[in-house]
Every structure is written in structure tokens, then in C-alpha cells.
Design a protein. Structure first.
Length: 259
């Protein structure tokens, strides 16, 4: 665990939001005035309204990380300032902090406390680990149990299924499927880019109350990107919204840059 923790932390943050960015340009095109009004718009708006809105989020999750068959149990303390930053502290046995990360739409900072290493890179550095189809807002959405925003678009096919709503579609090279419960919460997300050998599946279950809102207490993620296979099982044991939070992060002068 000591040798691989930094790489595992990187892979965790890099693969959670695979495959979103290419869809943005297509979604930015406004429908022409002559186009037919989509009858599913009202349902789509209801789904969007059912997503959890927040300013800040803090959660503590017991987490199992499996990277290419190598498994470790850790605890993640996650803090989010919406649209601005995601702060994560990783603790191992006996509550010892082994790593800390700060992710923004523009940058990626990680320190490995066990090895005295750090990485300070632009957000684009994660393209070394996965494709350029990455979107920061998707990662925020997944961590709080929301639907990935880009997938809630008017071009999606919509189908009722036993009280649930199934959204599916193809945005450029991205094939997706969302299952939304009767409470308008996403229970299943499935993304695939076959041409690049990438996929991401997220399952949410067991909603728990948190500050007059709900969040899935169980979030299971399975991702494949090239030769990297990642399984992440988060079990939130605590979650709060809109509390004042701090995001402490500094790189000690004695730490060396990681290769």
C-alpha cells in the first residue's frame, strides 16, 4: 500500500469522470426555432429539479479501492465547494493520513505523506492517465449521487420502466444510459466509449438523510481505461451540506516532486 497509494489516488480521481467533455460542444448548440418541441422536456426538467443542489458538501466514506486486482481499505474524507474545489483526505489503518488531494477545474495537487512526495500539475495532467474526455462537474455530481449534468439533455431517449425513467443516448462517441428512480434520483449510470476502450458504471443505493437532503450511502464505481481497471466502493457514514468548511492544503518544503 505504501508504494502504490499515490498512483491509486491519482487513478481514483482520474477515472471517476471519464468521457464527459466531448459532449459539451454538442450540447451548447441551441435548438432552431423550427424544430419540434420535445415532449419529454417537462420530465427532463423534473429530473433536473430533483438533483441535489448545494454550496458545500462534506462526507466521510469507508472505501475499498481495487486497482487492477490490488485491493486496499481506506477512509476518504471529502469536502466540496461546488464548482471550485474538491478536497480529499485519505486515511488508512488507525486513522493515519497517508495522502491528501486538492482538485480544481484548473489544477491537481496531491501529497503522499508516507513517501514525502507531491505532484503539482494543471488539471490537464490527468490526461496522462486517461483520455481528454474529462469534466470536473461530472466528478462533483458522482460524489454526491447526482446525475452527470451533460447527460440530462433534450436529445436523450426517454422510456418508463416499472416506475423508473431510463434515459439513453449517444453524444458523439459517448454511449450512455441513466436510470432515474421515482424520487428523481439517479440509481445507475453507464458510460462507454468503445473506440477508446473506456467505460464507467456507477450504482447508487441506500439513500441517507443529510441536512434536509439525501445522498446515497453506497456508491459503487467500476471503470476501465486502457489497461487500468478500477473498482471503487464508497460507503458514506456521514454527510452534510452547506456547512462552512476549510480546505487545508500545503506542500512541506522537505517533500520531493514525484516522478
Amino acid at each position: 500500500m505504501r508504494r502504490n497509494m499515490l498512483n491509486k489516488l491519482f487513478i481514483l480521481f482520474c477515472v471517476l469522470a471519464i468521457l464527459s467533455c466531448k459532449a459539451k460542444k454538442q450540447l451548447a448548440v441551441s435548438p432552431k426555432p423550427t424544430e419540434k418541441i420535445n415532449p419529454n422536456i417537462s420530465k427532463l426538467n423534473a429530473i433536473k429539479s430533483g438533483q441535489t443542489n448545494f454550496t458545500t458538501f462534506s462526507g466521510k466514506a469507508r472505501t475499498k479501492l481495487d486497482i487492477n486486482g490490488s485491493s486496499n481499505d481506506v477512509t476518504l474524507n471529502i469536502r466540496i465547494q461546488k464548482g471550485q474545489k474538491i478536497w480529499v483526505s485519505v486515511t488508512a489503518i488507525a486513522g493515519i493520513e497517508v495522502a491528501r488531494a486538492l482538485i480544481t477545474p484548473d489544477s491537481l495537487l496531491v501529497i503522499n505523506k508516507l513517501q514525502g512526495l507531491y505532484i503539482r500539475k494543471p488539471f490537464s495532467y490527468i490526461y496522462s492517465f486517461t483520455s481528454k474526455q474529462v469534466d470536473y462537474s461530472s466528478l462533483e455530481a458522482i460524489l454526491v449521487g447526482n446525475a452527470i449534468p451533460q447527460l440530462l439533455n433534450e436529445d436523450a431517449k426517454m422510456q418508463a420502466d416499472s416506475g423508473r425513467t431510463v434515459l439513453s443516448g449517444n453524444l458523439q462517441e459517448l454511449v450512455y444510459k441513466l436510470i432515474i428512480g421515482a424520487d428523481m434520483k439517479v440509481t445507475h449510470t453507464e458510460l462507454a466509449n468503445q473506440s477508446e476502450g473506456q467505460s464507467l458504471i456507477v450504482d447508487n443505493s441506500a439513500l441517507m438523510p443529510a441536512e434536509n437532503r439525501v445522498v446515497p450511502s453506497q456508491i459503487n464505481m467500476s471503470s476501465m481505461a486502457s489497461s487500468k481497471k478500477v473498482q471503487v466502493n464508497l460507503h458514506y457514514i456521514k454527510a452534510d451540506f452547506d456547512l462552512p468548511l476549510e480546505y487545508p492544503f500545503s506542500i512541506p518544503s522537505r517533500y520531493d516532486p514525484a516522478n
